[in-house]
Design a protein around this ligand. Structure first.
Ligand SMILES: C[C@H](O)[C@@H](O)[C@@H](O)C(=O)CO
Ligand SMILES: [Mn+2]
Length: 608
């Protein structure tokens, strides 16, 4: 029985050097005094206050803290006021700006010209004043000057004393804010590569130029021996370790070893040592990512600093795992929204140092503020194969077959679907909504299996669970194309339930020590990658996929446009696609225009 009595929320942690990015609201106005400007001051500032309230009440940092909106000191009518606003926003750490107006203003005098901010403009749909005319004019300026901006314009006309924000406007403002915040949060952080390339997996050829030019991220690299060094020299917090290993022994249920033939079976004594080692690996990997001030007290000032890493990858295979315990427990626990310290914001750590999947996980987490799943995209099970092998004719969500998502152990425990929302549905929750019952249920439905000694000669513990059906998930992957650069693909879908015996038969054909998620993407029957479930698998660009809870493909598309990463495959409804206005200047074929725009404007942080 899991003992989660002490399981409280750790609350917001300051993990990184930079402060939380803010969103700036720019109320722009017609600068003509003697009546025009004065008549518009209140309405214009009210739009800014309404937008700030909408964003702060609905958009949160990964810490769970609401996003702070900074409104310019006054309305912006002429270029001096633009410059004063830019000065203020720089001091305040504003990285995303939303310009709002109900009237005509002077485009290039009042627009945000800071090349580093992510920009949006909301033009009030009211006809007393030409708000939409300004919107079109200023978006033209943004396009002409190579500073793409998102245009927001409500479908229905509003009265000029209406301070409400229509639903369609709110949806775009919030999508823009979530994606803009993700861009800003990655900026200046590190990807920490622990080790190098794993088993010829191209995604683990860490492309430092991609991380720098497209995401504004540093690449930090440590050799895997750093983990062994810190364990051997006890460069970790011994007090925390005592608490950790006690918690692990009490809450991480070890499964009977059914995977290993006698020659790979590990003694009880060795297994106990492996648990100790894996627990230390987890603490040390976290310290490597974000530092640990408790190390400083023990004289390890340098190690206490960490690498300011918002995302990390562990090579593991093969050299490390041919001798030491694998990284499965470490990766699982860091990707999970709780550990021995309590319920907390999940980290992002990629298996096999697949940084393209790690960054895909990061996109998922930044947009949803939920844990992210790392999986091998392992097998497409057709209805015919399911029936031939198990005797079950798949029905319901599984009737077209399903994709077997499984990983050599490291999948966030949040993916087990044992956290329940107020409707009793399985949900990978925001960490600040997780209860200790959620934790208890998750641990009780998870086993930790001794690693397959054929693959992992050094042992280790893989998380073993079956995801509950019925959870909406979005699967994402960044792929690198020679001569083009990064492209992204995504598939919205659901986890699906299969009868226990069906799972058992299939599971026994695969690596039954690993976690399983049965995934069914939304398909449309039309020629192309979403024709059917098989087509999604056949068009998936690599061996891994990153997922999180919900259908957030539209947010991913907006984020990619901000980052100038073209989207090559998605199943998001056309009317949900929200990109900068410049994209529609590059053709009516949305995918082609996306590629043209990304190539024309290029990555945010310099030539790739
Ligand atoms: C244990 C195996 O080598 C796994 O690591 C392998 O199937 C992969 O995960 C490849 O991505
Ligand atoms: Mn893999």
């Amino acid at each position: 029985m899991a003992n989660t009595n002490g399981m409280q929320s750790v609350g917001p942690e300051k993990r990184y050097a930079s402060s939380l990015p803010k969103i700036g609201i720019r109320p722009v106005i017609d600068g003509r005094q003697r009546g025009v400007r004065e008549s518009l001051e209140e309405q214009t500032m009210n739009m800014a206050k309404a937008a700030a309230k909408l964003i702060s009440e609905n958009v949160f940092h990964g810490t769970g803290e609401p996003v702070e909106c900074v409104i310019a000191d006054g309305t912006i009518g002429r270029v001096r006021e633009s410059a004063d606003c830019a000065e203020k926003f720089t001091k305040e750490g504003v990285a995303v700006t939303l310009t709002v107006t109900p009237c005509w203003c002077y485009g290039t005098e009042t627009f945000d010209m800071d090349p580093m901010t992510v920009k949006g403009v909301w033009g009030f749909n009211g006809t007393e004043r030409p708000g939409a005319v300004y919107l079109a004019a200023v978006l033209a300026a943004h396009t002409q000057k190579g500073l793409p901006a998102f245009g927001i314009y409500g479908r229905d006309v509003q009265d000029n004393d209406d301070t409400s924000i229509p639903e369609d406007v709110a949806e775009k403002i919030l999508r823009f804010a979530r994606a803009g915040l993700a861009v800003a949060t990655m900026r200046g952080k590190s990807y920490l590569s622990i080790g190098g390339m794993a088993m010829g997996i191209a995604g683990s050829i860490v492309d430092q130029d991609f991380l720098q030019s497209y995401l504004g991220m540093r690449s930090e690299v440590v050799d895997m021996c750093e983990i062994e060094r810190r364990i051997a020299e006890e460069i970790y917090d011994p007090e925390e370790y005592k608490k950790a290993i006690a918690w692990v022994k009490e809450n991480c249920i070890q499964a009977e070893d059914v995977a290993n033939p006698p020659e790979y079976q590990r003694s009880e004594e060795q297994l106990a040592k492996d648990w100790e080692y894996c627990t230390k690996m987890t603490m040390i990997a976290r310290d490597l990512m974000v530092g640990n001030k408790n190390l400083e007290k023990r004289g390890f000032k340098e190690e206490a600093l960490g690498h300011n890493a918002i995302c990390a990858g562990f090579q593991g295979q093969r050299q490390w795992t041919d001798h030491w315990p694998n990284g499965d427990f470490m990766e699982t626990m860091l990707n999970t929204s709780f550990d021995w310290n309590g319920i907390r914001e999940p980290y992002i750590m990629a298996t096999e140092n697949d940084h393209l999947n790690g960054i895909s996980m990061l996109f998922c987490k930044l947009l949803t503020n939920r844990a992210a799943i790392f999986s091998d995209v392992r097998t497409y099970w057709s209805p015919a194969s399911i029936e031939r092998v198990t005797g079950w004719k798949p029905e319901g969500l599984a009737k077209e077959g399903f994709i077997h998502l499984i990983n050599s152990g490291a999948t966030t425990l949040d993916a087990a679907g044992q956290m329940k929302n107020e409707k009793g549905e399985s949900e990978m929750k925001h960490y600040w909504e997780i209860t200790k019952e959620d934790v208890q249920n998750t641990l009780e439905h998870t086993r930790f299996s001794v690693a397959n000694g054929g693959y992992f000669r050094g042992g280790g513990y893989s998380s073993t669970f079956l995801s509950e059906g019925g959870m909406p998930l979005t699967m994402v992957r960044i792929n690198m194309v020679k001569g083009v650069g990064p492209v992204l693909q995504l598939a919205e879908g659901w986890t699906c339930e299969v009868p226990e015996n069906v799972f058992d038969i299939i599971n026994k054909r695969t690596d039954q020590t690993w976690p399983t998620t049965w995934f069914v993407p939304r398909t449309n029957g039309k020629e192309g990658p979403f024709k059917d479930v098989y087509s999604v698998m056949a068009n998936w660009g690599a061996n891994h996929g990153a997922l999180s809870y919900g259908h957030f493909g539209a947010d991913i598309i907006t984020l990619c446009a901000m980052l100038r990463i073209p989207v090559c495959m998605h199943n998001v409804e056309e009317d949900k696609i929200f990109r900068p206005s410049a994209w529609s200047m590059l053709g009516m074929d949305k995918e082609g225009a996306d590629y043209r725009a990304c190539s024309t404007f290029g990555p945010l942080y310099g030539k790739y």
